[in-house]
Structures are given as structure tokens and as C-alpha cells.
Ligand binder design. Structure first.
Ligand code: SF4
Length: 241
């Protein structure tokens, strides 16, 4: 049965977000965004069959303690000072599960912007698409913030098949793209269009066509990716067979 990704986001927000605090899985550096220091956040409002997240996706409360933002800032400063992983000291990435669940995301973002460097936010765009006014806020931060929007599917049917969420969420992610573009926010796009396990040729073509319909230049912003066999991905793909 399909789930409502907006309701799921609201429920998850109640579990992982609090006043000036957020559940955090860990801080690390994984090579993405040119070796940005990554804050891994637990939980997601989608249930992608290929998801790379760990068991925290299903159990965000048990997997991750609540960190006050003052603690998060201090731990990031300490990570920067010690930095045994040679992470880029001027890049912070919010990833893991879904960072944008509610307006409280902007408190987290403000905390990150209190540190030096650029902030990358990896998002499925679903909640963002439901709040067009956020596009202007993010556009004002374009010198410091890059949104990385992960497009899940070229058709509504494929979206439902891959994410377990109903198609309104798919439409919302496209609205997010349109909103960011119209507002002038800094963003790029990615999709696993080169993963034959997930995309047929027709579904890839449909995704590219949808981008072209919004703005031809968006195709150049799209990073087409193959599937990486992360442990979470392999486990979930096996279970879905
Ligand atoms: S792949 Fe991304 S959007 Fe999909 S369930 Fe995992 S964290 Fe959420």
C-alpha cells in the first residue's frame, strides 16, 4: 500500500526535530561534494527500494540521539580542527536521510551557516515543493547554499513503484525544481537514470522530457548516476525481489 510522503514527513519531523535540536546519526566525510564534512541525518519520508541509508531509515529514534544545535556546531568545529579524514574544511553536507521535513530545517541551516564555508543540502524535494515561499529564502542564501535535488522517477507509476509513496509526492518534487529555478536559488539535480535496475529507457526519456519541458537548461544540471551497491541498497533490493 502506498503512503503519503507529506504525512510521513510531519510524523518524522515530530520524532527527529525539536526546538534548536535534531537527531544526528554521525559526522563524517565520504567523498561526496568534494569531500565535504557530512552531517548524517536519520529517517526519510520516502521508502526507496534502492535506499543507501542504514537501519536508521526505519528506526530514526533508536539509531540517533538528539543533538542540540550548540553541540552540533561544537562537534563540527572539533571535526574541522582534528580532521583525520582530510575532509574539505569549507564544505558541509547535510545528507543521510531527508534533511527537509519542516520549517525547522531552516534553524538547522542557520546553524550550519554560522560555520565557515558552503553548505550542500541533499533532498528529495518533496516537502520543499509544498512550500514555494521557501524558494525565495534559499535564493537569498545562494552564495552559501547549494540544494542537490534527487529526482526519483520519470513517471508517476515508476515513482510509486520505487519509493512506496503516492504520486502527489512525485509532482511535489517537480514543483520544488520549478520553485528553485524561478527564485534563482543555487541547485543541481541528480537521478539514477543509468541504473537499469530502476529506470527503463522510456522512464529515463520521460524524466529528461519533463526537465526539458520546465527549462531546457535543466538537463545540463542533471547528474545521471548508476546504482552503487551500498549495504543498505543491496539489502533493500534483495528484500524487494
Ligand atoms: S534514497 Fe534518499 S529519498 Fe529515498 S528513502 Fe533513502 S534517503 Fe529517502
Amino acid at each position: 500500500m502506498l503512503h503519503d510522503a507529506f504525512q510521513a514527513a510531519a510524523l518524522l519531523s515530530g520524532l527527529v526535530e525539536a526546538a534548536r535540536a535534531r537527531r544526528v546519526l554521525r559526522i563524517g566525510a565520504a567523498g561526496a561534494c568534494d569531500d565535504a564534512v557530512t552531517v548524517y541525518l536519520p529517517g526519510c519520508n520516502l521508502g526507496c527500494v534502492h535506499c543507501w541509508a542504514g537501519p536508521d531509515r526505519e528506526d530514526p529514534v533508536g539509531a540517533a540521539p538528539l543533538w542540540p544545535y550548540a553541540t552540533l556546531r561544537e562537534r563540527l568545529r572539533r571535526f574541522h580542527r582534528q580532521n583525520r579524514l582530510a575532509a574539505a574544511s569549507l564544505r558541509i553536507r547535510l545528507s543521510g536521510g531527508e534533511p527537509i521535513l519542516s520549517e525547522r530545517f531552516f534553524d538547522l541551516l542557520e546553524t550550519m551557516l554560522g560555520l565557515p564555508g558552503r553548505v550542500f543540502v541533499e533532498t528529495n524535494g518533496v516537502v520543499l515543493g509544498g512550500h514555494p515561499e521557501w524558494g525565495a529564502w534559499l535564493a537569498r542564501l545562494r552564495q552559501r547554499v547549494t540544494l542537490k535535488v534527487s529526482l526519483k522517477a520519470g513517471t508517476a507509476e515508476q515513482f510509486e513503484r520505487l519509493t512506496g509513496a503516492s504520486r502527489e509526492a512525485w509532482e511535489s518534487s517537480w514543483t520544488a525544481v520549478q520553485t528553485l529555478l524561478a527564485a534563482g536559488a543555487c541547485f543541481d539535480l541528480n537521478a539514477l537514470t543509468l541504473a537499469a535496475e530502476l529506470f527503463t529507457a522510456a522512464e529515463r526519456a520521460a524524466l529528461l522530457e519533463r526537465l526539458t519541458t520546465i527549462d531546457r537548461r535543466l538537463v545540463d544540471c542533471l547528474e545521471e548516476e548508476r546504482l552503487t551497491a551500498y549495504p543498505g541498497t543491496a539489502r533493500r533490493m534483495r528484500a524487494a525481489r
